[in-house]
Design a protein around this ligand. Sequence first.
Ligand code: SAH
Ligand code: SF4
Ligand code: F3S
Length: 477
Amino acid sequence: MIELQLQDKTHDESRQGEALVVEKPKTSNGRKLYIESYGCQMNFADSEIVASILMDQGFETTGNYFDADVVFINTCSIRDNAEQRVRNRLKQFESVKKSKPGMVVGVLGCMAERLKAKFLEEEHLVDVVVGPDAYRDLPQLIGRVDEGAKAVNVLLSREETYADISPVRLNSNGITAFISIMRGCDNMCSFCVVPFTRGRERSRDPFSIVAEARDLFEKGYKEVTLLGQNVDSYKWSAKGEEAAATDADKVDFAQLLAMVAEVSPELRVRFSTSHPKDITDEVLYTMGRHDNICKYIHLPVQSGNSRILELMNRTYDREWYMNRVDAIRRILPECGISTDIITGFCSETEAEHQDTLSMMDYVKYDFAYNFIYSERPGTLAARKLTDDIPEDIKKRRLSEIMDKQREHSHYQLQKMVGRTVRVLIEGFSRKSEQDYCGRSDQNAMVVFPVEPHLTPGTYADILVERCTTATLIGRSI
Ligand code: SAH
Ligand code: SF4
Ligand code: F3S
């Protein structure tokens, strides 16, 4: 299956499978943990929670699984190919385990939650299966495996947010970091496995979020991205019904954004993902009021056709989505917009596919992440609809969408040529140590020559001189 993944850190394909580097605990138990992550940024953030829990038990982390006593793979179920990738990786671990019988192999995350104990039958090398809400139980589960048993905990929780656990920032550039602000999802998009693998939506205590942002800023970080499947439905109230009855005890997403932005004007704030049904004008005005909230919104449309959106149970239609885009353009004229599109959903006609293309023309997205529909067991669509679009048609539609997106990305980048953009320098560019790279407010990748007065982790004003299909190129002024 072909997928397009452009540049966005929450969807960064280059990070798939990335392993954690060496980090030492305060008191060692002499054992080493290797953890590899797949899927969305929330899974990567969870791996940092898992590392934190096990380091408290004395584990040291390693970037090499040959070396490890415990090997974890944090998995994704979003599309069939995401699951296949994990199965292939497990085959590679199998040969190492044969030569190291005491090695513990664990499957974490969404696939663990979806398959539960079945995993143990299907993949014999697996010793422990742990769902996303059960990571506090890991030390106990590893203990059971040490005693010769297999162990499973896939209980989902209505409360768990790991708010009190500070993630071990592994593989970090020390400049940008992710903060989970909520878990789970209460929407029931008919194609989507997430509500089954991540459970009910719950929001994390805002004060713990602000404390984490402040702590990162004090350690030198300059950008935080607030993460949730649907950040606009963030909703927290002080515990207890009476306490929650007053507005003073409630925090919504617009308020949370402002609270994090107020940590420091030098700290950039980003967020992902916004749901078109929930994003309010208040969020847009809050973005407008704070220079350090980046003007960039990831607003997945999925389809440009109202009948398909209804079948997808997205709870908005084409007009509603266009109205939200109009509001963004009106309130934040400089805002970048990106999207996710699923092509070849059940019964999608050629005319309905054209509606998606015309929606793209309407918005002219900066980036789009485009997927071929992949039926997921247990979802509403799998139970009620037929996955009836032939593979070759799905692929052709996908390539039409990708071609259009390439044009639009280029159009948006081209508009920046001749202008000056503020960039947070993240480090050397991928291609050369003569160049630095970083992102503009609108999340475009910007590359420019290294100069003595520029250092990673600081801001630079870059005059854009030209662009490639995915990058702005310029020089510091
Ligand atoms: N919470 C986010 C999406 C999370 S999943 C939102 O509501 O927008 C990321 C993307 O994967 C989705 O936006 C969708 O485009 C894609 N996706 C989800 N399920 C899929 C499936 N069954 N087949 C193909 N793509 C899918
Ligand atoms: Fe899945 Fe829809 Fe929830 Fe996004 S909002 S995670 S697509 S169910
Ligand atoms: Fe995948 Fe689970 Fe994220 S299914 S996209 S890892 S929430």
